[in-house]
Design a binder for this molecule. Structure first.
Ligand code: ZN
Length: 486
């Protein structure tokens, strides 16, 4: 059988036209630092820290006067802002950018491990180059997820508005307040409003992928911009085992606990066989041609080597997450007294669903497995959600995303990807065919650990690239122009 050849597709993302402008920023470091000091924590919807969110909203308005003089702002829920930069053209398309104001809490036990307090926005570095531009890191919760993205968008809009930029298409921005707890009292309400008013979008950009270094086998030295074209679904189930209990002095060999243990043990083998879904196929098409020839050959002959490839993916937790309907026990409960064999055991499991699998199929697999141990299964709380649709990598808007990447990060490869966690963009499913999930920041696997973890921090130079990247993309997507006398 002849070896198939794989051709690079990276050439389609040639950098943009060179007509883009990057106005100089003043005080961007201080504004990012201050944004971190607002404790806009999402933990429980009933415990919203109104003072922190009020303060953050006021801070945004005070910091970006030209932005707020140019764009209209609608408030949803209590603190979710939906901004609109109108186009004068009746034929204009609509574009939406999403970022969230809230952050996850900091584990109090981890405080000692932080180099700087998590809500300090402390800067560690020096006023480096000849022009006095600072070099170093800003510390704090939200520097990676997701205030840097929100603030970089604000910096972009302020500088464009200041220069009287005029977008040819309508630009919308959704700044949610509760992404970290599902977005139901934030982005979901904005999405609901869009459904009701018939407002749909040519393309949407939210957080999701990053520019990853050192994490992709065969491309350890190359940064790769991973643009999420779909997001996994979600289902939790509750499994119950009921067997007559009794006195612990004369136990039966099978108890509710041994049955649940058998089930849990089997579950660790997986509910389904691993598989490549559509976003992963796109990932392989984009990256395999860039790999060393041995790996390239394996990928080029995928119809033969797929089992081998899938087994390679099972070796890391990321690889498994990308190729499986993952299944893990997250809650278990049984027993009331040390000398009583309990009559019931209860286990809650969580599955993140691949594109192409329905939540009903997942539930059925749980039921079949539990039945082998006499267990019964019900959906936990609700029937969860399927994975989102997979957005095209052939659209003009995806090309422009790739072009913006090559413009600001010329050494990076561009690739579609499957977003494993949830984002606010899932609420906008059905409102655009082109929903992409990407943060323009370069992170090593180690740095990714700062997201929701300890010592979350951002390199100031990376942050400034983020601003330039959004400035590029806003100009490319909106096809706008600057007034000729500016
Ligand atoms: Zn986030």
């Amino acid at each position: 059988m002849p070896l198939l050849n794989l051709e690079s597709v990276q050439g389609r993302y040639t950098p943009s036209t060179g007509t883009l402008e990057y106005p100089p920023l003043r005080g961007d470091l201080q504004r990012l630092q201050q944004s971190i000091t607002y404790k806009t924590i999402s933990q429980d919807p009933r415990m919203l820290d109104t003072t922190a969110f009020d303060g953050f909203g006021k801070f945004l308005r005070a910091s970006y006067p030209d932005l707020f003089a140019t764009l209209t702002v609608d408030t949803f829920s209590t603190h979710t802002y939906f901004l609109h930069w109108p186009s004068p053209s009746p034929e204009a398309k609509n574009y939406l950018f999403i970022a969230h104001q809230d952050v996850v809490p900091v584990d109090q036990k981890s405080l000692g491990q932080w180099h700087n307090p998590p809500f300090s926005g402390a800067f560690e570095g020096a006023s480096g180059d000849s022009e006095g531009a600072e070099i170093g890191y800003i510390y704090g919760r939200g520097t990676l997820d997701d205030k840097s993205s929100l603030m970089a968008l604000m910096e972009t809009l302020e500088s464009l508005a200041f220069q009287h930029f005029q977008p040819a298409h309508n630009l919308y921005f959704c700044l949610g307040q509760d992404e970290e707890i599902g977005g139901q009292a934030g982005a979901a309400l904005v999405a609901e409003h869009c459904h009701q008013t018939g407002l749909s979008f040519e393309a949407i950009l939210d957080e999701g992928g990053i520019i990853s270094t050192g994490s992709i086998p065969g491309l350890k030295q190359t940064p790769v911009a991973l643009i999420g074209t779909a997001e996994k679904g979600y289902l939790s189930v509750e499994v119950s085992f009921n067997i007559a209990g009794g006195h612990s002095s004369m136990p039966n060999s099978q108890t509710a606990i041994t049955q649940s243990a058998g089930f849990i043990n089997d579950l660790s083998e997986g509910l389904f066989e691993p598989q490549f879904s559509q976003p992963l196929n796109g990932f392989i098409d984009h990256l395999a041609p860039e790999m060393p020839w041995t790996l390239k050959t394996v990928f080029a002959n995928r119809f033969l080597t797929e089992p081998l490839l899938l087994s390679l993916y099972q070796k890391s937790h990321t690889g498994r997450a990308l190729t499986n309907n993952t299944a893990v026990v997250t809650i278990m409960a049984s027993g009331i007294k040390d000398n009583v064999v309990p009559a019931s055991a209860r286990v809650v499991c969580n599955t993140r669903i691949l594109p192409g699998t329905a939540p009903e199929d997942v539930l059925a697999r749980y039921q079949a497995l539990a039945a082998e141990y006499g267990g019964t299964v019900e959906a936990y709380q609700d029937m969860g959600s399927a994975a989102t649709n997979t957005s095209s990598t052939e659209s003009e808007d995806f090309m422009k995303l790739g072009q913006a990447v090559k413009e600001i990060f010329p050494e990076a490869l561009v690739s579609p990807y499957l977003t494993i966690g949830g984002t606010d963009s899932k609420n906008f499913e059905g409102l655009s065919k082109n929903i992409y999930r990407f943060l323009p920041m370069t992170l090593s696997p180690e740095e990714v650990g700062g997201i929701h973890g300890t010592n979350e921090r951002i390199d100031l130079e990376e942050y400034r690239k983020m601003v330039r990247w959004y400035t590029t993309l806003v100009q490319l997507w909106s096809e706008g122009e600057f007034p000729s006398d500016s």
